[in-house]
Design a protein around this ligand. Sequence first.
Ligand code: NI
Length: 187
Amino acid sequence: MAILKIVYYGDPILRKKGKNVSSFDPSLAQLAKDMIETMYEAEGIGLAAQQIGKALQFCVIDLREAEAEFTYTFDGSTPPMDLIMPLVMINPTITTTPEPVTIYEEGCLSFPGIRGEIIRPDAIQVNFQDIDGNPHQISCNGLLARCIMHEVDHLNGMLFIDRMEKNVLVPIEREIKQLRKKTRKKE
Ligand code: NI
């Protein structure tokens, strides 16, 4: 297993839409293991392929350490969280219900130290494939729904700052620009 390098805002890969995954081979399984390890090491609850430098429809999520309430069904039933997490989500597509919405302060491993409140729908349904290519469906709300929406945004080249209201974005704009500058200098 390997800890991968997480890329920061300013790296152009974060703006790339991920390619659909069509080959469910051992190298994909290895990527999943490495991304899960990298997410744990960084103490994150989700990590998208773009964040480790690959533009793929591929992300990992684990909410077992997060103190949050949410409900979910996985393929129509509610198995214990240990059976479905860490969650490897491949080629996900989300259906949201526009109402109700919730406000929650989000962070992102590609934006160290930067947080901001974002309004998102509370409940979603997501269709995706697992590491063997098998299709699944999750219906959920709360932090699980929010985390999936944040990660799936990454897979489409969208970042949480794009979803912040102006009054949230303005106070942290300087920090964001500094991060971008620092990242670009390193390249
Ligand atoms: Ni993120």
